[in-house]
Design a protein around this ligand. Structure first.
Ligand code: HEC
Ligand code: HEC
Ligand code: HEC
Length: 442
């Protein structure tokens, strides 16, 4: 009896295995001659440029280490918890890029994460978002990519340990996590909201950085936009749990996403910086409005913004306190010497070029990570607002000094409990930052 049962289980296992292999198997799609760039209309290529900008393709497909690389030629290094992954060359080079890919093969890669040859792609390529893109957008994107200069260049091999290096495992991941299918408009909302949701959830893949991931590297279900760690920065929550004292209203979001700085929050730094500067400043304004409109709903701005006036008034009050002397608090002195010359404000509102620290996410997150990143790296005029820069304090402040400033700001500018282990954390963040040559900082 038991034997029979076991045999049955084994047979089910084999059948399940076969079913899985059937599920996992995709045929190769025949190579084509590189499409003639003249076969695409100028209008379609321009539409494709916008789709590529909204999807940040160039950010992940252009090498930044080893002296950089040609646009879209791949070999961009992504450090994941599983090991380093290098992106593919997506220029139309026939041998090393995707020049031999038909539009059908390209669409399958975007929608299902399968290469032309039928190989499963690693979800570091965010096809769990791109699967939501319409055929029209993908067709336009194809036209744009096929008309870029072809670059003959190969990527470095991935550094994933066995068995994660087995491509078949990606099929298991997809079975568990990938929900293929083009975005379906939500009839309860208007066209602007749906356009914003389509872009945010799909092509612009905001959740890839702002949603926490589970142990399998998948975005956690039910935790959309709860905030996550990315490249040693914190991408704050974008839902109602966003911690900043003034609300991310539709207008604040629009300013931030379009111009890289929001009057009541400050600039987009770190990994967020290219989203406005390199991409969303180059697309139709209406699309940026749509994304802002969508997130103002995701974070319940309408219900929360009634508290903004009081929060702003409090921040302006706090900004004044450091300037009243003689101050006996040694931490306040340290802060005054290092930061206050640029970071003071007065009622009624902060000056755009002087982000008010009481309003910036850096002080309100559970960890001082972003505050330390900004102190160590500074913000160049290209990264933040043009015309102003924040100097790097990599050499000017020790870990202990940074810890004292962090504790002081948290104490005087927020209503939250103090951070812990501040000096140790300063040392940890410092390790992730390229040392700044002594004479180039202040
Ligand atoms: C967050 C980083 C990231 C972004 C953004 C991104 N990609 Fe990728 N992409 C990757 C990585 C990493 C791979 C390699 C995956 C692998 O080796 O399995 C890849 C692979 C691909 C492939 C498969 C190429 C091949 O030879 O198998 C295509 C096609 C592609 N990406 C197109 C795009 C397009 C078009 C965009 C913009 C809409 C884009 N990617 C945006 C990271 C990214
Ligand atoms: C590559 C990762 C990445 C992507 C993609 C990304 N973000 Fe961010 N985002 C971040 C990081 C990191 C920060 C913190 C930046 C800082 O503090 O200067 C941030 C900050 C923000 C903030 C400010 C939050 C606050 O409380 O200060 C908003 C709003 C935002 N992102 C919206 C978006 C939207 C909308 C998208 C999609 C269009 C998006 N982000 C895509 C990484 C990303
Ligand atoms: C010389 C002027 C100057 C000094 C000194 C200075 N900052 Fe800044 N800081 C700026 C400017 C300007 C910006 C906005 C940069 C931009 O948008 O490009 C900024 C931005 C910031 C941000 C916001 C970053 C973001 O991504 O949202 C933080 C946090 C910050 N500074 C903290 C500090 C701290 C802490 C000190 C002292 C250790 C300090 N700053 C000293 C000029 C300064």
């Amino acid at each position: 009896m038991i034997k029979r049962l076991l045999a049955g289980v084994a047979a089910a296992g084999v059948l399940g295995g076969l079913g899985f292999l059937y599920y996992a198997w995709y045929p190769p799609i025949a190579p084509i001659e590189r499409p003639n760039p003249a076969s695409f209309s100028a209008e379609q290529i321009e539409r494709g440029r916008i789709v590529a900008a909204e999807g940040d393709c160039a950010e992940c497909h252009t090498r930044t280490d080893n002296g950089g690389g040609p646009e879209l030629a791949g070999d961009y290094r992504m450090d994941t918890p599983f090991g380093a992954i290098y992106s593919s060359n997506i220029t139309p080079d026939v041998e090393t890029g995707i020049g031999a890919w038909s539009e059908e093969a390209f669409r399958r890669a975007m929608h299902l994460g399968v290469s032309r040859k039928g190989v499963h792609l690693i979800p570091a390529f965010p096809y769990d978002h791109f699967t939501k893109m319409t055929d029209q957008d993908i067709s336009d994107l194809y036209a744009y990519i096929m008309t870029r200069p072809a670059v003959h260049m190969s990527r470095r091999p991935n550094e994933l340990p066995f068995p994660l290096s087995l491509r078949i495992l990606q099929a298991g991941w997809k079975l568990l996590y990938l929900r293929p299918g083009v975005y379906k408009p939500d009839p309860r909302h208007d066209a602007l909201w749906n356009r914003g949701a389509y872009l945010a959830e799909g092509n612009a893949h905001c959740g890839a950085c702002h949603t926490p991931r589970d142990l399998m590297g998948a975005e956690k279900k039910g935790s959309a936009y709860e905030g996550a760690v990315v490249d040693n920065w914190i991408a704050p929550a974008l839902n109602e749990h966003n911690p900043t004292p003034t609300t991310w209203t539709e207008d604040e979001l629009f300013q931030y996403l379009r111009f890289g700085v929001a009057p009541l929050h400050g600039p987009a730094g770190g990994p967020m910086s290219p989203v406005p500067h390199r991409f969303l400043s180059t697309v139709p304004e209406e699309d940026v409005h749509a994304i802002a409109h969508y997130f103002a709903d995701v974070d319940h701005a309408a219900e929360r913004e009634k508290n903004d006036k009081a929060a702003l008034a409090r921040a302006m009050e706090e900004s004044k306190t450091d300037l009243i002397g003689p101050n006996v608090d040694p931490d306040a002195k340290l802060y005054q010497g290092a930061c206050a010359a640029c970071h003071y404000n007065a009622a009624p509102t902060p000056v755009l070029g002087r982000p008010d620290l009481a309003l910036n996410n850096a002080l309100w997150l559970d960890e001082p990570t972003n505050l330390y990143q900004v102190m160590l790296r500074g913000l160049t005029a290209e990264e933040g607002q043009s015309g102003v820069a924040m100097p790097s304090f990599y050499n000017a402040l020790s870990d202990k000094d940074m810890a004292r400033i962090a504790a002081y700001l948290r104490r005087t500018r927020t209503t939250l409990p103090p951070w812990t282990n501040l000096e140790k954390k300063a040392a940890e963040v410092r390790k992730t930052v390229q040392p700044v040559p002594v004479n180039s900082s202040h």
